[in-house]
Design a protein around this ligand. Structure first.
Ligand SMILES: Cc1cc2nc3c(=O)[nH]c(=O)nc-3n(C[C@H](O)[C@H](O)[C@H](O)COP(=O)(O)OP(=O)(O)OC[C@H]3O[C@@H](n4cnc5c(N)ncnc54)[C@H](O)[C@@H]3O)c2cc1C
Length: 347
C-alpha cells in the first residue's frame, strides 16, 4: 500500500512508547508492539515505535532491528541528554511536544510505574483521552479505541471508549504475548533532538539503589518465590522475603495474600495479576486455585510447600514438600547460608 494511503501523519498513527531499563528494551515493549500492530492493521495504518533516549544512548539504534521484527514500521529516536533513565518532566515534555506536532491517533504505553505516569500527564497536557491498565484493546468501525479493563476487584470487565484524540492507553504487562513477525522490512528511522525547557532538562536520576526481592519486577525475574494465605502474618512475609533474597529471586504473592494487605498489588500472580514464566517458581502456602495457576503454571520448574498433601498446587509441581512453611523455610535458609559461607571465605 502506498504510504499516502496510510494516514495523514508523516509518522505512523499508532505509537508504541518503548520501555527500557539500563538502555535495554524491556519485554513489555514487544508486547505493546504486538498490540499496536493489531490496532494498526485494523485501521490500515502504520506503527511507529517511539524511543526516548539520552544523547549518549542514541546508540539506541541497536534497538531498531528488534523493534521492526516485532511490528514497528517506523522508529522515532528522540534523543536528548535528559532522556536517559526515566524522570517524569523531560520524558513527558518531549512526548507531549511530539504528539502536538505529529498528531498520532493512538499512543500505547506500558501499564508500568513509568508508563502510567507518562500516560496520565500526556493525556491531560494534550487534551486527549486515557484508558489505563487495559488487558485488551480494539478499534471500532468509527476508528474509536476501545479498551477492556478489569473492574470491581476483577470480577467484571468494563469496555471503555476514547472520545478525544490522541487516544492514550496503557496495557497491562503480560496481557498480550509478544509476536515476532515472520518477515519484516527495514523500518523508516527518524532522529529528533527535542528542545526541552531548562527546568525539565535539569531533572535527572541521581542514583539507582540495588534491586531487592521486593523491588525487582516479577515479570522479568528468572526466579520467583511466591507466598499464599499460608504465609499468615508479617513474620511469614519476612521469611518469604528472606528466602527470595537468599535465592536472588523476586518475591510474589497469591491474591489472598495481597488482599490481606501483607503484599502489594503489583506482586500478585494470576489471572487478574500478572502472568509469569520464570525458570524457578517456589510456591509457599498456596493452594493452587485455577486463577493462580493461570499466572504461573508455565514456569520451568515449580516447587511447592504446603501442609495439605491434597493441595492442587502439587499437581503442577515438579518438586513437592508436604510440610509447614514455618519449619521448611528456616531449614532451607540455614542450608543456603551453609552453602554460601564457604564461597564467601574463598572470595
Ligand atoms: C475473578 C477472580 C480473579 C482471581 N484472580 C486471582 C489471581 O490473579 N491470583 C490469585 O492468586 N488468585 C486469584 N483469585 C483468587 C483464587 O480463586 C484463590 O482464592 C486464591 O488464589 C487462593 O490463594 P491462596 O492459595 O493463597 O489461599 P488458599 O486457597 O486459602 O490456600 C492457602 C494454602 O496454604 C496452605 N497452608 C496453610 N498454612 C500453611 C503452612 N503453615 N505451611 C504451608 N502451607 C500452608 C493451605 O493448606 C492451603 O493450601 C481470583 C478469584 C476470582 C474470583
Amino acid at each position: 500500500m502506498p504510504d499516502s494511503q496510510k494516514g495523514p501523519n508523516p509518522v505512523g498513527s499508532v505509537w508504541s512508547v518503548v520501555e527500557q531499563q539500563g538502555g535495554e528494551l524491556s519485554p513489555v515493549s514487544f508486547e505493546l508492539l504486538a498490540e499496536a500492530r493489531a490496532l494498526a492493521d485494523a485501521r490500515d495504518s502504520q506503527v511507529c515505535a517511539i524511543v526516548l533516549s539520552s544523547e549518549h544512548d542514541c546508540t539506541a539504534e541497536s534497538h531498531i532491528d528488534p523493534l521492526a521484527e516485532h511490528g514497528a514500521d517506523q522508529v522515532l529516536l528522540v534523543c536528548h541528554p535528559a532522556l536517559g533513565d526515566y524522570a517524569s518532566e523531560p520524558h513527558i515534555e518531549a512526548l507531549t511536544d511530539l504528539c502536538q506536532t505529529l498528531n498520532p491517533e493512538i499512543v500505547l504505553l506500558a501499564s508500568s510505574l513509568d508508563g502510567q505516569d507518562m500516560a496520565a500527564r500526556l493525556s491531560l497536557r494534550t487534551g486527549g483521552s486515557l484508558i489505563s491498565d487495559c488487558v485488551g484493546l480494539k478499534v471500532n468501525t468509527g476508528g474509536v479505541l476501545q479498551g477492556s479493563k478489569p473492574v470491581l476487584d476483577d470480577h467484571l470487565y468494563a469496555e471503555i471508549y476514547c472520545e478525544r484524540r490522541p487516544q492514550v492507553a496503557t496495557l497491562r504487562p503480560g496481557a498480550r504475548a509478544a509476536e515476532p513477525l515472520h518477515t519484516y522490512q527495514k523500518p523508516e528511522v527518524q532522529r529528533i533532538e527535542p528542545v526541552l525547557d531548562a527546568a525539565s532538562s535539569s531533572v535527572s536520576v541521581g542514583e539507582f539503589l540495588p534491586a531487592t526481592a521486593r523491588s525487582v519486577s516479577i515479570l522479568e525475574a528468572e526466579r520467583v518465590v511466591a507466598g499464599g494465605a499460608g504465609i499468615q502474618n508479617p513474620d511469614g512475609v519476612r521469611l518469604l522475603d528472606a528466602l527470595a533474597e537468599s535465592l536472588g529471586a523476586c518475591s510474589a504473592a497469591s491474591r489472598v495474600l495481597v488482599d490481606s494487605g501483607l503484599m502489594p498489588r503489583d506482586k500478585q500472580v494470576g489471572l487478574s495479576g500478572v502472568v509469569v514464566k520464570p525458570k524457578l517458581y517456589l510456591a509457599l502456602g498456596i493452594s493452587g486455585a485455577a486463577y493462580h495457576l493461570a499466572g504461573m503454571s508455565e514456569s520451568e520448574i515449580i516447587i511447592a510447600v504446603n501442609t495439605d498433601p491434597a493441595a492442587e498446587i502439587f499437581k503442577v509441581a515438579d518438586l513437592s514438600a508436604v510440610g509447614d512453611l514455618f519449619e521448611v523455610v528456616p531449614a532451607l535458609l540455614e542450608r543456603l547460608a551453609q552453602q554460601q559461607a564457604p564461597q564467601e571465605l574463598a572470595a
